[in-house]
Write a protein that binds this ligand. Sequence first.
Ligand SMILES: Cc1cc2nc3c(=O)[nH]c(=O)nc-3n(C[C@H](O)[C@H](O)[C@H](O)COP(=O)(O)OP(=O)(O)OC[C@H]3O[C@@H](n4cnc5c(N)ncnc54)[C@H](O)[C@@H]3O)c2cc1C
Length: 390
Amino acid sequence: MYDAIIVGGGPVGSYIAKGLAQAGYRVEVLEKTTKNNNKICCTGIISKKCYDSFLRDKTLVLKNGRSAKVYSPSGKVIELNHDKDQACIIDRNTLDLSIANDAIAAGAEYYLNCMVTNIKIQDKSARVEFSRDNESFFSEAKTVVIATGFGSKLVEKAGLGKVNNFTIGTQIELNHKNINDIEIYTGRGIAPGFFGWLVPVTPEKALVGLMTKRTPDVYMKRLLSLLKDQGKIDVNQDTPSYRGITLESPKRTYGERLIVVGDAAGQVKPLTGGGIYFGLICAEIAINSLKKALENDDFSAKSLSTYEKGWKSKLGRELSICRWAHKLYTKLDDRQIDKMFNIKTKLAIDKALLESGDIDFDYHSGMIFKLLGFKTLFEILSIIRPSQWN
Ligand SMILES: Cc1cc2nc3c(=O)[nH]c(=O)nc-3n(C[C@H](O)[C@H](O)[C@H](O)COP(=O)(O)OP(=O)(O)OC[C@H]3O[C@@H](n4cnc5c(N)ncnc54)[C@H](O)[C@@H]3O)c2cc1C
């Protein structure tokens, strides 16, 4: 009997495994992949704050970043140059291995190639059923953490609700030609409702990707051809990879003997799809709630509801405001997005923001309000047609 079984050995699951194992609890991690050669589809951009708070492992960092260029659909550009590093690009595969190794060093047991198929809540334990090489097994624990990322059916099976709002991220690694800054591309022809990116990770290699709700291959071809025409990248050397990104949370993220954390719980920045920082913040909150439950031997839904209360009080308002802002953005056409770039030029918003030091890489709601101010907010709202509000 384990104290906790963690389903999913991504950054969030492994972080929780590490925290509980370090506190002396018996932890098992069940991961469906072998985590060996599969390149994880993720750009690996995190804030310095995320790195300093949770990671602090220099071997993870490919590059630091302090500047970005954001392109409008017609090619207008906003340049954001900060005097200090704001973000770092980390090697995502190394991140997963690094946190998992810390968890193993603290005593967590990892079992790879184990696909969890069902979780049964029993009187005195939770029974976790999984398959490995076509054989069925089960493990038992006092409590279970679902940290399965996007798309697992386990949350719905546990009766915590279904997530219907998601997008697809696609990415490819290729050679770039002297690109130094992160570049962001907007417009319905590139990534309707979202954005595309060109992120140099080494002097030669860059990640090119985008998010879209449908036909990612069509939009990817278009973005690659634009970047080729602009002389920014070399010809394709690889085929793109794909992964889903959850854009909402299930109805509940706790139940008897059970909590849901990370992408599986929709703890993702709605405007960028970034989930590493928010996932790790919630992992820390989860560790505290689980420790209390284990100390008190109380795994009732009421006891574990402190986890949801905790993460919602930290991130709930931020997620609501940014989900609303994102919903509005998805309705804008290219002409309207271009107009927003004009407003920023007219009111020198980027300069004002940089000077005020209010650009927060992680929390965008405060920035939305501070940045917009009443005058700009009015200008932006005036380009949105009444029919686009619903
Ligand atoms: C193209 C793209 C680019 C991105 N770029 C960024 C970025 O730059 N910055 C950022 O912060 N975020 C980024 N993200 C999002 C980020 O990758 C996720 O937020 C992050 O991986 C969430 O971590 P997690 O541990 O919750 O889930 P995951 O990393 O998805 O880990 C879940 C783990 O659970 C395993 N699993 C799933 N189901 C089962 C099962 N039934 N049994 C056993 N194991 C299971 C999976 O194999 C996986 O290892 C990007 C996403 C995409 C798609």
